[in-house]
Design a protein around this ligand. Structure first.
Ligand code: ASP
Length: 441
């Protein structure tokens, strides 16, 4: 039988009412046999996320401070869910022993992973499914890569197509068997691993928005949801700041061509966004672009040196300086006698002086200027390669909005055009681009 992996994010499992929606969604399609869950998320804006509380408990315990207050909140959240779902209070006993583990100094990742662990235990019991502990099957190698054998091991564990499985998201174990987590929001990755391991026909990712939007709703009023987007486009969008889906989660399913659908637990009737290996001809023709994404908080180091382009290995030496200090670079726009290096401001923390000093000493530029608070905006779309005039449209829109473009970069894949603007112009620039490409067509 064909199977669908369904992953539910924190807001979809925040309380008993939400979990009842999960049950209805699972029941609505018999192919939904593998459920992957996050830890309970926030019910209200001002509430703390369970994972954040777990990190807090761990850090407080490490300092020898009492964890009574944050732990009571964790316990309270799970006790309420158990009560709302009519589950046996025996599940809560395990929470007491977990408190002891925290107080005795358990690992930080282990502490954080218990949000997903208890969430999955409870939801498995409520749905009448079999609990799957990813620590027994998913091996995360140093650096975050998945050991290939995990797919076989997990595939075997999820082997019975008739059975309903509920797996905890967000963690696995290292080769020594210790629990390790993915980066934040990593349950998306767990869902993708399960989809690949089980040979699923579809990976449904249920969240609290009706798919991926064409632009950030904090910057653009009611942006249109994207109906269909390719794996390559979504990688660009996610990397450039569009949240909703973890950018690393695409990798396991992309290799097997398993499509992903992002859907809204609170509006299951809406189709959401389909992320597919190959865009359908209809959707290719529909809009010139897939979406607009961007991020603030970049710093640009601009070097000028006459006859720079004739100096062999200049770029190599320049980037080498960043590498020696462990600073990753985002982009390197250049012209005949100048090169700029764009870096995320947070990576430069405390290192800016040292780097500039080294660059001056070793490369002897005529000038070196540091520009702060830059934003990068990517206009993304596979259709761009066949469309003449996209760049003209971008610059006309930015010109009309009186936004000064500081840098431009178009990847050879023609999947996107990236422009760098001053941070203060960021929102205006995104608004202008959205208006030009979507609102006005
Ligand atoms: N609970 C984890 C987090 O808050 C992982 C997830 O929800 O995907 O980051």
């Amino acid at each position: 039988m064909e199977r669908i992996v369904v992953k539910f994010g924190g807001s979809s499992v925040a309380d008993g009412k939400q979990i009842a929606k999960v049950a209805a969604i699972v029941a609505a399609d018999r192919r939904r046999r593998i459920v992957v869950v996050s830890a309970p998320g926030k019910r209200r804006e001002e509430e703390r996320k369970l994972t954040d509380l777990l990190y807090l408990c761990h850090d407080m315990a490490a300092l020898g401070t009492s964890i009574a207050e944050p732990f009571a909140e964790i316990y309270g959240r799970f006790a309420l869910i158990a009560d709302q779902l009519g589950l046996s209070p025996a599940l809560l006993d395990q929470l007491d022993s977990f408190r002891g583990e925290l107080e005795q100094g358990c690992g930080r990742d282990y502490a954080a992973s218990r949000g997903e662990y208890f969430s999955a235990r409870m939801i498995a019991s409520y749905l009448g499914g079999e609990f799957v502990d990813p620590a027994d099957h998913i091996t995360i190698l140093p650096g975050g890569r998945i050991d290939e054998d995990s797919y076989r091991a997990l595939g075997e564990r999820l082997g019975d197509p008739e059975r309903l499985y509920v797996m905890a998201g967000f963690y696995g174990s290292d080769p020594a068997g210790r629990v390790v987590t993915f980066s934040r929001g990593g349950s998306d990755i767990s869902g993708a691993i399960a989809a690949r391991a089980a040979g699923a026909v579809l990976y449904e990712n249920w969240t609290d928005t009706s798919g991926i939007l064409m632009a950030d709703p904090r910057l653009v009023k009611n942006p249109r949801p994207i109906e269909e987007i390719s794996f390559r486009e979504i990688r660009e969008m996610a990397y450039m700041g569009a949240s909703v889906f973890h950018d690393e989660a695409i990798v396991p399913v992309r290799e097997k061509g398993i499509p992903i659908r992002i859907r809204n637990t609170n509006r299951p009737e809406e189709p959401g966004t389909l992320i597919t290996p190959q865009l359908s001809p209809a959707s290719l023709g529909e809009t010139e672009i897939a979406g607009i994404a961007g991020r603030r908080g970049f710093v640009m180091l601009c070097l000028e040196k006459s006859l720079l382009s004739k100096e062999k290995g200049f770029l190599h030496r320049l980037l080498g300086i960043f590498e020696e200090h462990g600073v990753g670079c985002e982009q390197c726009p250049s012209s005949i006698d100048s090169i700029s290096v764009l870096v995320e401001a947070c990576r430069l923390d405390g290192l800016e002086e040292v780097l500039c000093e080294e660059i001056r000493r070793r490369l002897r530029p005529d000038s070196l200027v540091v520009e702060r608070d830059l934003a990068l905006i990517a206009v993304v779309g596979e259709g761009m390669v066949r469309t003449i005039g996209i760049a003209a449209k971008i610059f006309a829109a930015l010109h009309k909005a009186a936004v000064n473009v500081r840098v431009i970069n178009q990847g050879a894949s023609e999947m996107n055009i990236i422009v760098g603007v001053a941070g203060e112009d960021y929102a205006r620039a995104v608004g202008a681009l959205y208006a030009a490409f979507v609102a006005e067509g």
